[in-house]
Design a binder for this molecule. Structure first.
Ligand SMILES: [Zn+2]
Length: 289
């Protein structure tokens, strides 16, 4: 997202992050149990169905420059750096949700790689990534390896349900994001660009863990009025994906509602996030707000 002033000095808040594994384990178990029984409520109030806003541009998912955050690994355990230091414990249970506010204490060269909290990569205006960072992409797919594998499974399930999802955009390099940002700035203006397009280095598309989707019956701001969207709301977490910028969470993510933008975090994390609610953000889940 753009540089809307307003960043509150969150990152200085530094409570040492200790992972209360036992308590977490219990919480996670409860969350997982809850998930099983919870069936999504229908989300889509269809607020932004194309009627409002810069419909043309908004309906072009490619314009979503706004990417916010997180990242790679997806698979719990792929973490690179983690302020929370959730490295493997004696047990095999990966720490899911941090017990307290993580501290982004990357400095020097470490700022070239994304912040990773408990296995979840976070890239946003508050937690940017360096221009040289590139994920290991799956061959033939615009996604990082773990995300690509999971997305392939998700696509299979979507087809079996008689639906169809098309990828509008996946991995974008720092340079590509920069070009997109400047292009939108010129065509759509500063306000629109700030809301929907992430500045280079702040887009999670640079991690290869985010994918913008559309269906034959809707894209962009009208994607949330499609059967494919409803399917994703109900099943995406089973494949490790979560809605990254839910409606009504702009103050938290810094980005407008983007029904088309889905983020891979791995099945365990996605399930835990989803268990907290259909519109819970990664920031809230990771206590980064
Ligand atoms: Zn996107």
């Amino acid at each position: 997202m753009g540089g809307a002033p307003g960043g509150r000095g969150r990152r200085t808040k530094g409570v040492a992050v200790t992972v209360a594994r036992r308590r977490l384990a219990a919480t996670v178990a409860a969350l997982l149990a809850a998930t099983v029984g919870v069936q999504l409520s229908g989300c889509t109030a269809g607020a932004g169905t194309g009627a409002t806003g810069p419909a043309s541009a908004a309906s072009d998912p490619t314009s979503d420059a706004s990417e916010g955050v997180p990242s790679p690994g997806g698979a719990p355990g792929t973490s690179t750096t983690s302020p929370a230091g959730p490295s493997a414990t004696a047990s095999d249970t990966p720490a899911l949700r941090p017990a307290s506010t993580p501290v982004d204490d990357r400095s020097g060269k470490a700022r070239n790689t994304p912040l990773t909290v408990n296995g979840i990569v976070v890239v946003s205006a508050e937690h940017p990534v360096g221009s040289r960072y590139t994920p290991e992409l799956a061959s033939g797919q615009p996604l990082a390896k773990p995300a690509a594998r999971a997305f392939t499974k998700l696509q299979r399930a979507v087809r079996m349900a008689g639906l169809r999802l098309d990828v509008v955009s996946g991995y974008r390099s720092y340079g590509a994001q920069s070009a997109l940002y400047n292009s939108r700035l010129a065509s759509m203006g500063r306000a629109w660009t700030a809301k929907y397009v992430a500045k280079p280095g702040t887009s999670e598309h640079q991690t290869g863990l985010a994918v913008d989707l559309r269906s034959p019956s809707g894209r962009g701001t009208s994607f949330d009025d499609t059967r494919e969207w409803r399917w994703l709301r109900r099943h995406a977490q089973d494949y490790g994906f979560v809605l990254r910028y839910p409606q009504g969470t702009t103050k938290i993510t810094g980005i407008g509602f983007e029904p088309w933008h889905w983020r891979y975090v791995g099945v365990a994390q996605a399930t835990a996030i989803r268990a907290l609610g259909a519109d819970v953000t990664i920031e809230e889940y990771l206590r980064l707000t």
